[in-house]
Write a protein that binds this ligand. Structure first.
Ligand code: MG
Length: 271
């Protein structure tokens, strides 16, 4: 082989090698294990109000896999973000949105609408999923279904569909979403259904209280076998965080995303 041909071949080998390396590097980056979901946003360490836009932004800054939040609907059908069914003593579904504006969150934010939340959550954010909990109505099942439909329509209108994981304690809310669109991502919260039953309903995964998995550890391999998403709430202690990391949960929902990130880094370095 003359030297020209030899160098041509060497160049070719180097090119192929760098393509392979480049690809594997990208794949590795994409597949970095990061199961951390900030429960009601990243509020705790920063002393921000739960379910505020500031807490959502902080979860995104932290690089969380997801940021969770709770949705209720006012009497005049405005979807708002709040954990409890009452906001400063006002029963959300029995008052109009304007009435809620009498009060502000501790950081002076007004109670976020779902529209404002989705706007903030989709801006310059590709890595943090929006984990949207639909709270059932205390008035009627019909209203719960209506809330689910309104949420779905707003998410669609705002083109946020690909970033949303829906969660709910109410199985009928999840069924409504699946009827609207079988490809939506849904996780059931109530802890009382075995993985097989969720699979049969077309639900994507289970997001159960962490104690449920300790009482029914067989549900972990069962869910994995059925390709269901595994998520646990609300995992705040080091030992519990380590346990669910070691079980390779898809998601771990926590009030302590900074601590969970530390434990995750520790685990990655020890591998
Ligand atoms: Mg919640």
């Amino acid at each position: 082989m003359d030297s020209n041909k030899y160098f041509e071949m060497l160049k070719y080998i180097i090119l192929i090698f760098s393509i392979i390396m480049g690809t594997s590097l990208t794949t590795y980056q994409k597949n970095v294990y990061n199961p951390i979901i900030a429960h009601r946003g990243g509020w705790n360490a920063k002393n921000l109000p739960e379910n505020s836009i500031a807490s959502l932004k902080h979860a995104i800054e932290l690089g969380c896999a997801g940021s969770e939040f709770d949705v209720h609907m006012t009497a005049d059908n405005i979807l708002v973000i709040c954990h409890d069914s009452k906001f400063y003593g006002l029963e959300i579904e029995k008052v109009n949105y304007q009435d809620l504006l009498t009060y502000v969150l501790s950081n002076k934010e007004k109670i976020p609408t779902l529209e404002a939340y989705l706007k903030a959550g989709t801006k310059k954010n590709k890595h943090t999923r929006l984990v949207l909990e639909i709270k059932p109505s205390g008035i009627s099942k019909e209203r719960s279904i209506q809330i689910a439909e309104n949420v779905y329509n707003l998410v669609k209108k705002m083109k946020a569909e690909n970033m949303i994981d829906y969660i709910s304690f109410d199985i009928d809310i999840l069924k409504t979403l699946i009827n609207l669109n079988p490809s939506v991502s849904t996780q059931y919260l109530n802890g009382d259904m075995p993985p097989m039953d969720l699979k049969a309903l077309g639900i994507s995964g289970l997001d159960y209280n962490f104690k449920v998995y300790k009482q029914k550890p067989q549900w972990i391999p069962e869910a994995k076998k059925l390709n269901l998403i595994l998520n646990a709430w609300t995992v705040n202690d080091v030992d519990d965080i380590d346990f669910f990391l070691s079980q390779n949960f898809d998601f771990i929902t926590t009030n302590e995303p900074e601590l969970a990130k530390e434990r995750l880094d520790e685990l990655m370095h020890s591998k």
